[in-house]
Design a protein around this ligand. Sequence first.
Ligand code: NAP
Ligand code: ZN
Ligand code: ZN
Length: 352
Amino acid sequence: MTTTNVKAYGTEAADAALKEMVIPRREVLAKDVEIEILYCGVCHSDLHMARNDWGASAYPVVVGHEIVGKVISTGSSVTKCKAGDTVAVGCMVDSCRTCSPCKEDLEQYCQQGFTGTYNSPDKHLNLQTYGGYSEKIVVDEHFVLTVPSNLDLAAVAPVLCAGITTWSPLRHWKVKKGDKVAVVGLGGLGHMALKLANALGAEVTLFSRSASKTEEAKSLGAHEVVISTDEAQMQKVQGKFSLIIDTVPYVHDLNPYIGTLQTDGTLVLVGYLGPQTDILNTFPLVWSRKSIAGSLIGGIAETQELLNFCGEHNIVSEIEIIKMQDINQAYERMLKSDVRYRFVIDMASLKG
Ligand code: NAP
Ligand code: ZN
Ligand code: ZN
């Protein structure tokens, strides 16, 4: 298959810095959309993958799955968009389309495994997929989303992962006006969760370790902030929440949060992936029919639903725009929870 070389930023090893490299993009097939990438959000998952935190990174790794861009060209049977349109691509670029989760618009739970925007076996080239830290991408139209015209193009990028990852549990657990919802961790995912839960009419609480984020959290949609290391503050919210969305990226003790769930309440883990070390006390789970659940991004139809909701409610991410060349410093700041609240790369910086 014919390929075109494009500029990208990636890494050759878990302990190596990201640097400029060249990657191939496939020719535009009948159902493909060729996109010039304008902006790409920086997700904590990008950092996990670049540094092999999940043990599955195949190098070279080119990450980035919060992509907003302009259509350059389309294949002969594409109907969803045309050259010049503003479009977006999130965490997936393919799936089997035939299994029951795929048929139910839950491509993220494809029984064959969805094709991730990065670090997945590429179905067309004998390579891993390469993500949005690059000039261009070629994606099947099913996985291309439409961006409402009123939204800022850089600030809407994080909706494609941070947004949908928190929206999907809010919708699955049917959050409605007046429900008491809590969010753990105020980073990229956490700040979108505050905005979205607030827009759905929930009474929203943030659990954070960072007292310095209190006022900002309130401006983002939190009605209350609980400092999770303060025992007295934690006591005050015992038995309060019907849903807690936990975005913390590293091992942490879940037991204190379970105490703050109502009977029938659910703690949804979206941040950390892997074994927990603290022993889970099942007593409160059994005694009050509480659940611990997980949730992975969201399907394509649900992501479009969210983009449309963001258009109607004028919701975008709080962002700090960076140049591609600043990505290594951005990762260091992300590790210190020093991001307010999402870095977005201006991809014009890669072209210069
Ligand atoms: P982020 O911007 O770095 O935010 C994470 C927040 O968690 C921090 O701002 C901090 O908030 C809190 N935190 C960090 N380290 C902590 C620790 N050791 N203990 C307790 N709290 C801690 O990251 P993100 O981009 O939102 O991503 C969060 C996680 O979600 C990552 O692990 C990412 O891989 C994962 N993710 C999952 C999915 C999915 O589909 N399930 C999708 C996207 C991302 P405070 O300062 O407020 O405490
Ligand atoms: Zn992500
Ligand atoms: Zn499938």
